[in-house]
Write a protein that binds this ligand. Structure first.
Ligand SMILES: NC(=O)c1ccc[n+]([C@@H]2O[C@H](COP(=O)([O-])OP(=O)(O)OC[C@H]3O[C@@H](n4cnc5c(N)ncnc54)[C@H](O)[C@@H]3O)[C@@H](O)[C@H]2O)c1
Ligand SMILES: N[C@@H](CCSC[C@H]1O[C@@H](n2cnc3c(=O)[nH]cnc32)[C@H](O)[C@@H]1O)C(=O)O
Length: 418
């Protein structure tokens, strides 16, 4: 029997319409779905997920369902759920739990609702579900064949769990697949962050100074798009090599306490805590705008901002204005949560990008079923990456070359010199 707790089932048709639209732009996932329909890799298997609930994620759920799985889904962020998508998913036979603007209590309640389905496989984003499984729902551990993790910070948390011996299940770090982080973290976060920031504020980027904190895969994507939109880009880093790379990519690099003085718009993408805190708020220009596109709501220390402000209020959907003692105004978008998903207008990454990420999830889940894995944190196998990349090239009608026998022989030979 299908169980669901969603905001409003009357939104189901609109949710289905939106899922059908993005489905047209997710050809790799569509191909995998057809394969799954034929081969039924998940017959008798229950898959529980904790992912941002929006139309593309519904297509992942339907792909797993087509492969024979019972699917139960909840959101991985209290602000990112689309209520039409959850209603649509429920109408199509997925067990959907969650709604937009959950309290913390509701967030964990719906996460536990999914665990109540006793999943054989877990697909997590940020590792909250895997943590609850290990800390509060230990009785279910024996049932879980393995889990997949969607994002960089989740992988870090799970590696830390594995290092201290806490992790009890095999874990595929789907984030670390080439077809995931090289595209999702970089091009996805680059485009969707600006899509959300511009849609939320209706403001111009050209001519502004944009500070990007963190020059990892997300930071590179955000900086490239800021540059392309005509901004003057400053990067802050703690890693010498990445800082050097940012400089040679053409950006100014400086410590964060200096960078905040120049920022018209500041975006954090570090996965770290307190990247913007304390005196940083004192040194900001009037009307500086702050957004996070990295991890949960910890990168920008909202408490520090609130404590220093005379007053604060929402002045526009997903925009809070903080009036400081000296009269300066600072704007915080989407409560400091991932702006590309948590802002009211956040649509998440483009469909063509999530096509790759969710193809990696679907094939990794199948890999768990087909292989008796040890308790490890492993990158998804290279052969899955190449399968996805080849399917995507084919869908994009792009041909590439292959090595001749002579070239293969040459590349494997050490004797041939000048
Ligand atoms: N918004 C999204 O849709 C989205 C997509 C993918 C990943 N993420 C999240 O974004 C974050 C970054 O992911 P990534 O793949 O780019 O990680 P990454 O490890 O490639 O990059 C993070 C960078 O931040 C730097 N850093 C750490 N602490 C810092 C600090 N205090 N100041 C300045 N720089 C600092 C690190 O040196 C590193 O270069 C993670 O939390 C990840 O889960 C979000
Ligand atoms: N759950 C945490 C962890 C970061 S989510 C970051 C992940 O979201 C994923 N993501 C980005 N856009 C979308 C989307 O549109 N649908 C589903 N997932 C998305 C992306 O793959 C990335 O790794 C949090 O909410 O703060």
């Amino acid at each position: 029997m299908i169980m669901s707790k969603v905001r409003d089932m009357s939104l189901a048709d609109e949710g289905i319409r939106k899922s059908e639209w993005v489905q047209k732009h997710m050809p790799v996932l569509e191909h995998i779905k057809k394969e799954f329909e034929r081969t039924q890799p998940f017959e008798g298997i229950t898959i529980g997920s904790c992912l941002h609930l929006e139309p593309k994620t519904i297509n992942l759920g339907l792909t797993l369902q087509a492969g024979g799985a019972e699917v139960a889904m909840t959101g991985c962020n209290p602000l990112s759920t689309h209520d039409d998508a959850t209603a649509g998913g429920a109408a199509l036979g997925l067990n959907m739990y969650g709604w937009r603007e959950e309290t913390e209590e509701e967030y964990y309640e719906t996460l536990n609702d999914v665990l109540d389905h006793k999943p054989d496989i877990i697909i997590d984003d940020g590792a909250d579900m895997i943590l609850v499984l290990h800390q509060q729902r230990k009785e279910l551990l024996g049932n879980v064949m393995g889990a997949c993790e969607e994002t960089t910070t989740g992988v870090h948390r799970l590696e830390a769990m594995h290092a201290d011996g806490t992790l009890k299940i095999p874990l595929i770090a789907v984030n670390d697949a080439y077809t995931k982080y090289l595209f999702d973290n970089r091009y996805g976060t680059g485009q969707s962050s600006f899509d959300a920031i511009m849609g939320t504020t209706n403001m111009l980027i050209a001519g502004k100074t944009v500070v990007v904190c963190g020059y990892g895969w997300c930071g590179r994507g955000v900086a490239t798009r800021a540059d392309g939109l005509g901004a003057n880009v400053i990067v802050t880093e703690v890693d010498a090599i990445r800082a050097l790379e940012a400089r040679m990519d053409g950006y100014r690099v400086m410590p964060v306490n200096e960078a905040v003085k120049h920022a018209d718009l500041l975006i954090t993408v570090t996965g770290n805590i307190n990247v913007i805190s304390g005196d940083d708020f004192k040194n900001m220009k009037d009307r500086c705008m702050l957004a996070n596109s990295g991890h949960f709501n910890v990168e920008i220390n909202r408490n520090d901002l609130e404590n220093q402000a005379k007053s604060f209020k929402e002045v526009r959907e997903s925009v809070e204005e903080f009036i400081m003692e000296d009269g300066r105004k600072i704007y915080l978008l989407a409560d400091g949560r991932l702006v590309n998903l948590a802002a009211e207008r956040g649509q998440g990454h483009p469909a063509e990008i999530m096509d790759l990420s969710f193809a990696a999830q679907a094939l990794s889940a199948k890999y768990i079923v087909e292989n008796d894995l040890d308790v490890v944190v492993m990158k998804s196998p290279d052969e899955l990456d190449y399968e996805i990349a080849n399917l995507k090239l084919k869908a994009m009608d792009i041909q590439i070359d292959s090595l001749s026998d002579r070239q293969t022989e040459y590349l494997g030979d050490w004797k041939e010199g000048t």
